[in-house]
Ligand binder design. Structure first.
Ligand code: SAM
Length: 411
């Protein structure tokens, strides 16, 4: 039977009767896809795993609690035979053949009339990988090929442009804290499909080097802004490129909505009638402390964390941060853009009740090869920053979590 390769096909099973014999691990693995395909699934089995039982309880399948009996496959369009009883499998297989029901057998691929491919999904496409010969069947190989294709499509290393669905517009992509592996799969795919990338100084700069030569990469800091504010000039550049019918990625550090001015860009694009999609990113506020071994919360130590901008000093009238109230919180304080003002910030926190001995860590260029952690206390942080020459970008963490080491002891 296996002299010829199988003929690949996609079964459209919505509302069609599919019979599954055996409620063990094989059924557990295959049932979700059958349910997703909308099949009218009938499970025939005296027993089932708890997960399969839950599918029956949820009404996703109909469970007949008994062993296979002749006639079970009569009205089926498709069958999966996976009982632990070889005789029942053989009898069911013969019945499937007699009724011309395509049938998968978990115990004997050679005798099956259908094989289940290794499948994966990416952006509206199903990738299904089949072996060509039952004797040479190696499920790990087909799964590995499937993984390679799906992962490649997801992370953009395998580029398949969307000729029909791709529309000009802008994607505001959160690039994560800097390590190129810490962008989302969606962000990476959009980056791989872009015609133009407008990138910030922070974020995964290494990914830009991987872009094909036709992609125009623009450094956001270098966009000339003449009589415009820098942000307005960036907004205009996004709009202009999109209006020329190009796919534009605005690659931002961390998450676009955490001190990232993402909503301002979205507003400008919406006003100009440009389609815009926003892709979240891993914010430095959590990931950079984490990369330096600091959890922003820890059981028994901190039940909250607050992320604030330190770009203006506490006594600056433009500050929207209620520093006296923050001084009273017991949890973790995460300060972004605060290196220049940390002296005034520490003074204010102590003046409003925070202990001068509160641990502080500054993590510079987190998740990159230049990552560096400098420890201090609220009392010493101002002089430490100068003495150790700490420079932005850095995330500053204030609180007892700083002293929690990876082994659960003080660092
Ligand atoms: C304008 S804010 C943008 C934050 C970004 N949207 C996010 O979610 O991470 C820039 C600040 O983020 C922090 N930051 C971003 N990436 C960093 C990194 N890799 N290491 C240390 N700090 C970083 C610094 O405090 C920096 O001044």
């Amino acid at each position: 039977m296996a002299e010829h390769p199988p003929y690949p096909v996609g079964l459209r099973l919505t509302g069609r009767r599919v019979v599954v014999l055996g409620g063990g691990q094989v059924a557990q693995r295959r049932l979700p896809a059958l349910i997703k395909a909308g099949a009218d699934v009938h499970l025939v089995s005296p027993e089932a795993t708890p997960s399969v039982e839950a599918m029956a309880d949820a009404g996703e399948i109909t469970w007949h609690r008994r062993p296979y009996a002749e006639g079970d496959l009569a009205d089926a369009w498709y069958a999966l035979i996976a009982t632990s009883d070889p005789d029942a499998n053989t009898a069911a297989s013969a019945e499937a053949e007699a009724h011309r029901v395509w049938c998968v057998r978990s115990d004997d691929a050679d005798r099956a009339t259908a094989w289940t491919p290794a499948t994966g999904h990416s952006e509206g496409v199903t990738v299904a990988v089949l072996t060509t010969d039952a004797r040479g069947r190696d499920p790990r190989h087909t799964a590995a090929v499937r993984d390679a294709v799906v992962e490649g499509l997801r992370d953009g290393t395998l580029v398949a442009p969307h000729f029909r669905t791709r529309t000009a517009g802008v994607a505001l992509v959160g690039g994560g804290p800097g390590d190129p592996d810490l962008i989302t799969v969606r962000g990476r795919r959009l980056l791989a499909e872009a015609d133009v990338v407008i990138a910030d100084r922070l974020g995964p700069r290494d990914l830009l080097a991987e872009l094909p030569p036709h992609v125009e990469v623009i450094d956001a800091a270098k966009i000339p802004y003449g009589r415009f504010m820098a942000q307005e000039a960036i907004n205009n550049a996004l709009i202009e490129h999109a209006k020329r019918g190009r796919s534009v990625v605005r690659l931002k550090g961390g998450d676009p909505y955490v001190f990232g001015r993402g909503m301002e860009e979205l507003h400008a694009l919406t006003e100009a009638g440009i389609p815009c999609t926003v892709v979240p990113g891993i914010s430095s506020s959590i990931s950079v402390p984490g990369a330096a071994g600091i959890p922003v919360t820890h059981r028994g130590v901190a039940h909250e964390f607050t992320v604030v901008s330190g770009h203006v000093a506490p006594d600056d009238e433009r500050s929207l941060v209620d520093w006296p109230s923050l001084a009273k919180l017991t949890g973790t304080l995460v300060i972004l853009m605060g290196v220049d003002k940390i002296g005034r910030i520490a003074e204010t926190l102590v003046a409003h009740g925070k202990s001068p001995d509160t641990p502080v860590a500054l993590v510079q260029e987190g998740t990159t090869s230049s990552q560096r952690r400098v420890d201090a206390t609220l009392a010493t942080v101002a002089e430490t920053v100068v003495a150790q020459d700490v420079k932005p970008p850095a995330v500053i963490v204030v609180g007892d979590v700083v002293a929690v080491g990876p082994d659960g002891t003080a660092a």
